[in-house]
Design a binder for this molecule. Sequence first.
Ligand code: GDP
Ligand code: IMO
Ligand code: MG
Length: 419
Amino acid sequence: MKVDVLLGLQWGDEGKGKIVDVLTPNYKVVARFQGGPNAGHTLEFENQKYVLRSIPSGIFQGGKINLIGNGVVIDPALFKAEVESLEASGHNLTDRLYISKKAHLILPTHRLLDEAYESFKGDDKIGTTGKGIGPVYTDKISRNGLRVGDVFHNFKQKYDAAVKKHKMLLSQYDLEYDLPSLEEEWFAGLEKLKTFNIIDSEQFVNDQLKQERSVLAEGAQGSLLDVDFGTYPFVTSSNTVCAGACTGLGISPHNIGEVFGIFKAYCTRVGSGPFPTEDFSEVGDEMRDRGNEYGSVTGRPRRCGWVDLVALKYTIMINGVTQLIMMKSDVLDTFDTIKVCVAYDINGEKTEHFPFEANEDIQPDYIELPGWKTDMTAVQSEDEFPEEFNAFLSFLEDELEVPIKIVSVGPDRAQTIIR
Ligand code: GDP
Ligand code: IMO
Ligand code: MG
């Protein structure tokens, strides 16, 4: 048995949470492999809406194990709030949620450092989610991190040593903070975290595979936010690409099966950084309004623009995508013309390769296709797709050379067409 991987091909918020929930009935285990509470994965069904940050999106389909893998970073305070809000709506997770001993802990001081570093950058700020992601992964790589498995042995001593170091760093910045109140919440969260199954998750995942139990790995963020291949430095601090599933769960590349690449029929980005097809006109505004493009964690308006095949070809290549999933088709229902970026013009030179710096020198080269002008939210099967919509799909499949196997036509679990 192999691990299938589902990941975002753009700058995040593609709709990963919705599709993981839809696909979960086909799997025994759903596992997050990187990122942390910077993610906001939205699921809608039976007139309820849930936003998950650290907990995998397979949690609502009965009888499945959900795993937070070693590549994930956890903030116990936010974790507790997330678990309690699910418990309040009748979802008890205790027996179904497993956590890796090797997942790193986001300390309150990581959040403060994130804030300090961002304000120090001023106009050059990354526009992070403020969850301490950069600082916690920095500590992981520089071998100063604390892991979930550490909480059982001399933890206070290790915690105090880490905080001492963080305070020295914070003293270089002009930031006021109230650490004791943050710590109170954090340590309460840690007690909650300790009530879950804390395991050697790499062993667990590989045992599952040996027993022919299927695993779906759920990505967070998107490939253009990958720390190596994204629009650096305007990226997150983990490997969001498929390879991250190997290191974030402890599986061999031989054990990767299908790679589901998910994208919006247009494109969005939240935070700073390059976005070649960003549309500053009423077109972008219409996408934002119709797509409700406001961050599910921070509420920030998302920047919007047309779909970018140069960027998609790049991320499909890096991830080895075997099946595509197109989201939010319905958001484009009202447009007379749909634009698709097929190449970049950079200082008079045309290219189909995603460049080292995707900066403002890029002029996107668009082709235009007729809009379908149909309410897609009511469509229930592929036979009902309007002709223009089929032409749009075929064009994308020909260009991207990967089949589009799922089309999403609304936020609800039921508004999903499998081809
Ligand atoms: P994720 O981070 O990749 O899980 O995506 P987010 O949850 O941050 O953002 C996707 C947003 O689009 C959520 O508000 C979803 O409810 C919504 N959504 C997902 N699929 C569709 C769709 O096909 N059409 C529309 N209109 N909304 C969708
Ligand atoms: P999901 O999983 C969209 C962006 C932030 C910022 C940059 C770095 O919901 O798709 P960080 O807090 O990670 O240090 O911020 O990455 N970012 C996301 N954008 N969706 C996300 O997650 C994101 N997680 C981080 O806006 O630009
Ligand atoms: Mg999101």
